[in-house]
Design a protein around this ligand. Sequence first.
Ligand SMILES: Nc1nc2c(c(=O)[nH]1)N[C@H]1C(S)=C(S)[C@@H](COP(=O)(O)OP(=O)(O)OC[C@H]3O[C@@H](n4cnc5c(=O)[nH]c(N)nc54)[C@H](O)[C@@H]3O)O[C@H]1N2
Ligand SMILES: Nc1nc2c(c(=O)[nH]1)N[C@H]1C(S)=C(S)[C@@H](COP(=O)(O)OP(=O)(O)OC[C@H]3O[C@@H](n4cnc5c(=O)[nH]c(N)nc54)[C@H](O)[C@@H]3O)O[C@H]1N2
Ligand code: SF4
Ligand SMILES: [Mo]
Length: 697
Amino acid sequence: MSETSKKVVYSVCSMCTVRCPIEIEVENGAVKHIWGNPHVLGGRFLCPRGAAGKVFENDSERLQGPMIRSGERGSGEWRKATWDEALDYVAERLKKVIETYGPESVILGDRGGAFTDLQKAFIKALGSPNYFNHHGSCSNSVHNAHNGLTGQRRNTVSYDWKNCKYAVLYGRNILESIGTKEAKDFIDALENGMKFTYFDIRWNYTAAKADRFHIIKPGSDYAVNLGIIHTLISEKLYDAEFVNRWVVGFDELAKFISPYTPEWAEKESGVPAREIVAIAHEMAEVKPAVILYAGWMTAWTEDDYYFRRSIYMIYALLGGYEAKGGLLFNKNEVDAGYKPLKKFVDLVPKVDKKRFDGVGWKYKHLSADYGLAQMVPHAVLNEDPYPVKAFINYRFDPLSAFPDPEKFKEGLRKLDLLVTIDVNYSHTGWVSDVILPEATYLERTDSVIVKSGPKPSLWMRRKAVEPKFDAKPKWWILKQLADRLGIGQYFPYNSVEDIIAFQLQDMGLKLEDFNSKGTVSLAKDQIMWDRKDGLKFKTPSKKIEFVSSMLEENGIPSFPPYESSKEPPDGFFRLTTGKTAVHTQGTTLNNPYLNEIQPENSLWINTAEADKMGIKSGDTVEISADGVAQTIKAYVTDFIHPTAVYTLHGYGREIPLQSRAFKKGMRDNTLMKGLLTVAVGGNCPITDCFVKIRKLS
Ligand SMILES: Nc1nc2c(c(=O)[nH]1)N[C@H]1C(S)=C(S)[C@@H](COP(=O)(O)OP(=O)(O)OC[C@H]3O[C@@H](n4cnc5c(=O)[nH]c(N)nc54)[C@H](O)[C@@H]3O)O[C@H]1N2
Ligand SMILES: Nc1nc2c(c(=O)[nH]1)N[C@H]1C(S)=C(S)[C@@H](COP(=O)(O)OP(=O)(O)OC[C@H]3O[C@@H](n4cnc5c(=O)[nH]c(N)nc54)[C@H](O)[C@@H]3O)O[C@H]1N2
Ligand code: SF4
Ligand SMILES: [Mo]
């Protein structure tokens, strides 16, 4: 018998984009088990999806080789192609589009996050300014809110759970919509005595841990925050020293807030005024060791932006920046005394062209780091501001992520070329001209990333096993395309080892430094900046701007009068959605293990409302909006606000080749017609969707 070969590979999970550090046990060239990387996490814990990476790897229903469509777009008729054929096909069509309409008619969308250097370099090298990502359906409003106040993205700060004494979460279902380390840090903090207040429009596992929990009127979180700010200011409970040193526009806030008393907030939100006052008092007592969670999924309503701004303003009032138990600035390699990690995008000359989505000219207060994916259909269909003809879609599924997929699809159908690079079949892949399968995260090495934080480090995703099917890593795919398009000089590598050597060139580090723990720590201790003089806000005033120069310059008020969130018309409910602990969006619904655990979604309906319609748990109901109707099983409960219904996002997959998930449950976003819009924070107002419910059986 041949000897068993075993190895351990440290890498980064990709079953969702939280990117947890992992330890992969490999036996005889196959993945045996996936754990959390104990060197980074202090334990081997992982979420269910992370552990299910092993079955994803072996799934015969994942993408297995390049495919070119042989029938109409979306007909599901494909022919298998060799890599050369598929890459030539893409390159030829891209060349034609660029020759006819100019490079800006090519757009590239991806999932965003840390591993984006090569995509950004690729689209820039083509001469197009049009990089964007999924954040219009996720965190645009919080990113842009923090940017307007501090001149920096939201991920330039992180939460100090370890020292936190009081936390307020608003619809942040931290124990089901998981980031493994954060969920653990949160539980540890509770065990250390942290008090916890939670607002949601319904009960969930996070609510179960709260000291104070309120089922709030959907979209009224901003009113609660105004009530809290009113109390902090009128009772002088804020940190005057911090505010005087670091805030611009406090007086304007104080003036603005005067009508928004806790009693007023109670009428708006349903949260009793005495509770709002008590929460403000509790926060003030332990300030600055307070965390108010500003995200994640923030694409809720039209006024999301002002709500997210109010969260960061409360931090400023509590003196919570660079404060133990509050927000800590994330430091990078340069803050730790190293030369920067080199990026390919910096090799490419600047592109000075107007963006397709309006960011930078129509929407000057919104960040080009994220862009506005929801503008794709408008730009394609109307050739506004110019023809958009080719879309390179990497690790992104806008037809699942964005409201109104029919409208989005109408736009995609008018493109000359749609290419999807994915590991699974996706709704967007299904209507593409070409699907290029990427090797899974277990089968590829990606470039090095900086994990910025109070104690920065370098992380790397590393190949554990050989690709099971005819799939290739992104770095190879983009290099092949670049060579065919005459921009190969910006991708000066032949292997991923070359990429890493290039990245680390100036830092005095090498690939082998990642071997023993999977990461390279860049600082021995937390790096802390001086709260008196060392905080690095990037606004013109170098302070936190309550009156935001970025907004004012663009004719957007910093303090518009409060507007109530929209009420559902008579006979309608607000459709709210979210995640389950065992699935990533719609992406893992076909995973053999995870599908077995949670194959379908159901619709939460408030008991009193369900009674009026004669609906009981388990009944099949019709849910409809704007001429679209779906069916789903009802789940009747006291623990949801009567004006809302709730379901898990991502179900009702419509890809026949995903046999386990096909047509199981209800596809929520199809009901969200007319919501491919740009709210003031750059988000789609996904929950401004009103539906009718009817009992079927
Ligand atoms: N109604 C409603 N809409 C929502 C949400 C909601 O709760 N309700 N949630 C919103 C949120 S928070 C987000 S972040 C977005 C998410 O929207 P997306 O960013 O589009 O979603 P994901 O499911 O994370 O992944 C997109 C694609 O990446 C592919 N992928 C995964 N791993 C890899 C890989 O290693 N390589 C490649 N090339 N591809 C890979 C997946 O197969 C999938 O097709 O959806 C948003 N939309
Ligand atoms: N298991 C799992 N974990 C994930 C993901 C996943 O797909 N699966 N995705 C990751 C991603 S990309 C993200 S962005 C995060 C998202 O993490 P979260 O921000 O926690 O997002 P959701 O699961 O969308 O949670 C939505 C919650 O908001 C509530 N809600 C809806 N409207 C309102 C409102 O008006 N006010 C209040 N207070 N609450 C409201 C809903 O009832 C629900 O409980 O999760 C990440 N972690
Ligand atoms: S939260 Fe789970 S799925 Fe997401 S990266 Fe971490 S282990 Fe993987
Ligand atoms: Mo997200």
